[in-house]
Write a protein that binds this ligand. Structure first.
Ligand code: B12
Ligand code: SF4
Length: 414
């Protein structure tokens, strides 16, 4: 069968981006590539792709459309229409946002099959069934896949990406997150944390280097450091195997950093850390289910900086109950730390997060209109109990202006 994977374009950006390597699609492609003819259009990262002419040229039997975030919901709808207009291919949809907003997505996006959740196993069996001519799918909704054993999955089919050189390489060393922050849907989608075997991660890293040389590699896990023992073991194995690296970066929940983790990860080649710090006010953070010690993280950031790390942090504007004073405090705190870059984003209650599911409990009013596309860099859609959406937007612009000043010296993006 000819299977075409499509990641729909961003609704407004027309520039390529480097940080969007679509690992989910690459995992699915790796499951079927040996028996089928597979192509990938990543119109999100490479917006110049002409989807319609590609469909006509490749003439696929199946088109698999990935819907990772709300931001691409409308363009996914348009992509599915283009498939319908230019081919007789069966359309399969899936991805995080498709799963968490499945009711609306299933109504608005033309498709033959919908596979919620982690889809490797179900996707492969669906393709095999279609190939065998089976039509035994009552309503096109396949039950959620069993989570695969992530140590047994084939490596993501990175080599199938067109213009691979535009991408920062990404590697996934775990799935799921052990935390449950009220603004995040990760737990709901991925469930419990599952870490991969350190030696297999190192093998994958070496494979990437064998293909592309010592390029920067970003560890794409939600929180690479969630399982401390696994990180230590990973670093020990890197040392024992004497692995030479290019630049390496990871993300961490602030509560999962400590001196030894910083030292060990630095020693094996990591030099970039991304931290979701969100707010300077511990009470706001406690209220939304994310806690850490602000004094301690300040000390660790300074220590990490001394060790030679670049440290990038992200903050949210407009969290439930956050007042003007809270935001001022966050701006001040963020501005005073030796961070290499700071990012501000508007709090957006995405489908699947606890705050969206219990707005009364969090004291917010959601004022989302159909034209809102889910852009955390431009839309405020709540009254947070203290500030209106207009006020949130105002403080967000102030925060952005401050970040622009501070980010002048930013080098590598995590
Ligand atoms: C890396 C990442 C990015 C990368 C790359 C995204 C990509 N191409 O996949 C970049 C940096 C581009 C990105 C951007 C954004 N992201 Co992001 N991102 C992530 C992150 C941390 C990891 C994604 C990943 O690689 N997962 C690993 C792979 C293996 O999983 P997967 O892609 O989901 O694929 C599996 C399943 O979903 C499914 N599947 C996937 N595709 C398909 C297709 C079919 C047909 C089927 C059947 C199944 C299927 O099977 C796959 C294998 O199991 C996730 C959080 C997370 N833990 O997943 C957030 C996440 C997806 N991002 C999110 C958001 C909001 C954004 C932004 C849109 C934010 C914004 N500005 O509004 C931005 C866009 C910024 C911009 N201006 O362009 C939210 C989405 C929430 C939502 N409902 O919208 C998430 C869930 C984070 C969160 N918890 O809030 N992101
Ligand atoms: S925000 Fe990060 S640490 Fe919190 S639940 Fe989501 S993925 Fe986990």
């Amino acid at each position: 069968m000819r299977v075409l994977f499509i990641i729909p374009p961003h609704p407004s950006r027309d520039m390529p981006i480097s940080d969007g390597m679509p690992l989910g699609t690459l995992y699915l492609a790796s499951m079927i590539r040996e028996s089928h003819d597979v192509q990938i259009i990543d119109a999100y990262s490479q917006p110049s792709e002409n989807i319609a002419s590609h469909i006509i040229e490749f003439s696929p039997d199946v088109v698999a459309i990935s819907i990772p975030f709300r931001l691409v919901e409308k363009t996914a709808q348009k992509t599915a229409q283009e498939v319908r207009e230019n081919s007789n291919a069966k359309i399969i949809i899936g991805g995080i946002h498709a799963t968490l907003a499945s009711e609306r997505i299933r109504e608005s996006i033309s498709h033959d099959f919908f596979i919620p959740g982690e889809a490797e196993l179900k996707f492969k069996s669906l393709i095999e069934s279609l190939d065998a001519g089976s039509t035994d799918f009552p309503d096109g909704v396949l039950s959620e896949s069993d989570s695969p054993d992530i140590d047994k999955l084939p490596l993501p089919a990175r080599d199938l990406l067109q213009n691979r050189e535009i991408y920062t390489e990404r590697i996934l060393t775990s799935r799921g997150c052990g935390f449950n922050c009220g603004f995040c849907s990760s737990k709901k989608f991925w469930g419990a944390f599952r870490g991969r075997n350190p030696d297999l991660i190192i093998d994958e890293l070496e494979f990437i280097y064998s293909e592309r040389g010592f390029v920067p590699v970003s560890f794409a896990d939600d929180s690479f450091t969630y399982d401390r023992k696994r990180v230590i073991k990973f670093c020990d194995r890197m040392m024992e195997r004497k692995i030479k690296t290019g630049r390496l970066g990871f993300s961490s929940h602030p509560i999962r950093l400590d001196e030894e983790i910083l030292e060990k990860t630095r020693e094996v080649g990591f030099d970039s850390i991304f931290l979701g710090l969100e707010s300077a006010n511990p009470e706001i953070l406690r209220f939304i289910g994310k806690t850490y010690d602000h004094d301690k993280i300040e000390r660790l950031i300074e220590y990490g900086f001394k060790l030679g790390f670049e440290i990038h942090a992200s903050f949210m504007i407009g969290l439930p109950k956050e007042s003007r004073e809270d935001i001022e405090r966050t701006l001040m705190w963020a501005g005073n730390m030796p961070l290499n870059s700071i990012g501000f984003h508007i709090f957006y209650p995405f489908e699947g997060c606890a705050i969206r599911e219990n707005p009364d409990k969090y004291g917010i009013k959601i004022q989302e209109r159909p034209e809102h596309v889910g852009d955390i860099d431009g839309e405020a859609v709540i009254h947070n109990g203290v500030l209106s959406s207009t006020e949130i937007l105002y403080y967000y612009y102030r925060a952005k202006a401050m970040a622009r000043q501070k980010n002048k010296h930013k080098s590598w993006i995590y």
